[in-house]
Design a protein around this ligand. Structure first.
Ligand SMILES: [Zn+2]
Length: 309
């Protein structure tokens, strides 16, 4: 069964401003890394725009409208200290959310086994009524809601290995036992949420890692806590918030995770998907700000999804 790859040219045009780490070059680096013959087996699709009813699974309608109305005709408009819009940002945000929903549709139809969505802006900091931390719409959370509402999937898990805690996803999931959210992240760090004591209704697992933590602590967090808890949840569908900014080269935080660790974790998550989800796994790009590390890690991640790691 093939692996799908969702992206769209307008997601490269989304530009939060000069010098911003969440730069268009990030997506170009990922697309270039996955354009080589080693990845010829990928089934490539352009991400469609999300429908309003999909966005409203996790966001207030008034918030969605306010983001789209704020998109400038030229220049930049800031929604928060880290999060800005350019003229392409509205369409990019709609395609970032819509691409993951389309990947869910393809995986649940059995057209592909799993999918990687190389889309931006990222999503896991976006709250129900608030843009935050480079994120406009919470792409992965929306996709989880879409899997439940459009396909009748009952239990959806999100594993978030971005170096930052996915505050938005946690808040959207924390009162719903049918959704599971597990995150490894640097602590202390932006956005300040993600203490181990934040457990929702027993469906939230946070594994804070100290600055300087590397392969051993990262793998132990998954091997000893997150993967066992994920198996206990018995998901029918596994979603991944795939941020690669825990890498030792990344400039935003101070973890020392390696490309080999991301490959190891990707294979471990594939194993859980095979055991509980009939292989159904959809992964979506979040952070990762060193272009070389991002390209290497995305390649290793997608190799694992293809089953030839
Ligand atoms: Zn991040």
């Amino acid at each position: 069964m093939p692996t799908a790859y969702y992206t769209h040219p307008v997601c490269v045009l989304h530009d939060p401003g000069p010098g911003h780490p969440e730069a268009p070059a990030r997506l170009t680096a990922v697309n270039d890394a996955l354009a080589i013959s080693e990845f010829d087996a990928l089934h490539r699709f352009e991400a469609p725009e999300a429908a309003p009813e999909q966005l409203q699974l996790m966001h207030d309608a008034a918030y969605v409208a306010s983001v789209l109305e704020a998109v400038p005709e030229q220049g930049y408009i800031s929604l928060d200290p880290d999060t800005a819009l350019c003229p392409a940002s509205g369409e990019a945000a709609l395609r970032a959310a819509g691409g993951i929903c389309a990947a869910i549709d393809a995986v649940l139809a059995g057209d592909v086994e799993n999918a990687f969505c190389a889309l931006r802006p990222p999503g896991h900091h976006a709250e129900r009524r608030r843009a935050m931390g480079f994120c406009l719409f919470n792409n992965v959370a929306i996709a989880a809601g879409h899997a439940q509402s459009a396909h009748g999937i009952e239990r959806v898990a999100v594993v978030d290995f971005d170096v930052h805690h996915g505050n938005g996803t946690q808040h959207m999931f924390e009162n719903d036992e049918s959704l599971f959210y597990a995150s490894s992240h640097q602590w202390p760090a932006y956005p300040g949420t993600g203490a181990a004591s934040e457990t929702g209704v027993g469906n939230i697992v946070n594994m804070p890692l100290s600055p300087g933590a590397g392969s051993d602590a990262f793998r132990a967090a998954y091997r000893d806590v997150i993967l066992p808890r994920l198996r206990e949840f018995e998901p029918e569908l596994l979603l991944i918030s795939a941020g690669f900014d825990a890498h030792q080269r990344d400039p935003l935080c101070q973890l020392n995770v390696t490309t080999a660790d991301f490959a190891w974790l990707s294979q471990a998550l594939m194993k859980v998907a095979a055991e509980y989800c009939s292989g159904r796994l959809v992964s979506s790009l979040e952070g990762g700000y060193d272009l070389q590390a991002l390209a290497e890690c995305a390649s290793a991640h997608v190799q694992a999804l293809l089953g030839d790691a």
